[in-house]
Design a protein around this ligand. Sequence first.
Ligand code: ATP
Length: 308
Amino acid sequence: MPTSCSRPTACSRSSSSSRWSASPCTSRPSSPGTSSCRGRPSPHRERQPPATLPTALIMITTDALTKTYVTRGGESVLALDRVSMVIGDGEFVSIVGPSGCGKTTILRILAGLIPDFEGRVEVENSPVKGPSPAVAVAFQDANLLPWRTVLDNILLPIEIRRLGKAKYRARAAELIEMVGLTGFEGKLPSELSGGMRQRVSIARALIQDPKILLLDEPFGALDAMTRDVLNLELSRIATATGKTVLLITHSITEAVFLSDRVVVMSPRPGRITETIDVHFPRPRGIDLTSTAEFGKYTGNIRKILNYV
Ligand SMILES: Nc1ncnc2c1ncn2[C@@H]1O[C@H](COP(=O)(O)OP(=O)(O)OP(=O)(O)O)[C@@H](O)[C@H]1O
């Protein structure tokens, strides 16, 4: 089982295994697909101090993150219960878990879109107090403005922040090329396929050169073949840009294929059940998904989720 990695940031900075100790558990798995936290979850695991990663390399911290919603009828809904994780610079981490376990809530809190929660939540070692240009989000729905062209949709965050569109045109052209949309700059969203719209959404998220990319089921609505293609491209983009990526997905295959680490959550109230380190080298090809080692990872995660 190869353990080398060609990803420039996460791997080159983990020579002393610091990347691995960033997860709530510290031991390395002994065989593919086994978790770094063996056995069933301990009720105290989420409370453990998560980080031994050097502070300068920490991009995301949640420590005992707890979120209770109050419904319109006044009922309290405990969505997240003491979720602790540390994500290092350049890491690609996925969260998988049953519907309603609080995955989107974590993402929205990290994006600064939900102000009230308990626990510590930091981006680049500073408390999250609202949306920040260091953090970009792309959702399942590409959310493009239908009357704006591809180029103008990508430049929208620049216009909103009044950063001067002219200065960002060259960057937008680079991103359009990176996401494979050269020639479509002047098209409207209605003239694009679903996959192309998601590419625009990812380019728009990258226009301000964020350090962190939060992705909420970005390819969830796409057909399997388009999804494979976009997963390959996302993997390539993440490697090329060295961004820290946190992905929410319902696809275990997608999570294992893309990630350095997969966080598995329990049904609501969402807790971290296990954290799985994924040791495949990069770049990864789609044929990886049909190997026996890959099957061990996905099988183990399915088991943790009680799908088998
Ligand atoms: N604004 C809200 N008011 C009340 N309850 C909410 C609100 N937003 C989310 N919830 C509840 O919090 C829980 C977690 O929701 P969340 O959307 O984070 O889950 P999820 O894991 O992303 O779900 P899915 O996989 O179905 O998208 C759910 O039970 C949901 O009903």
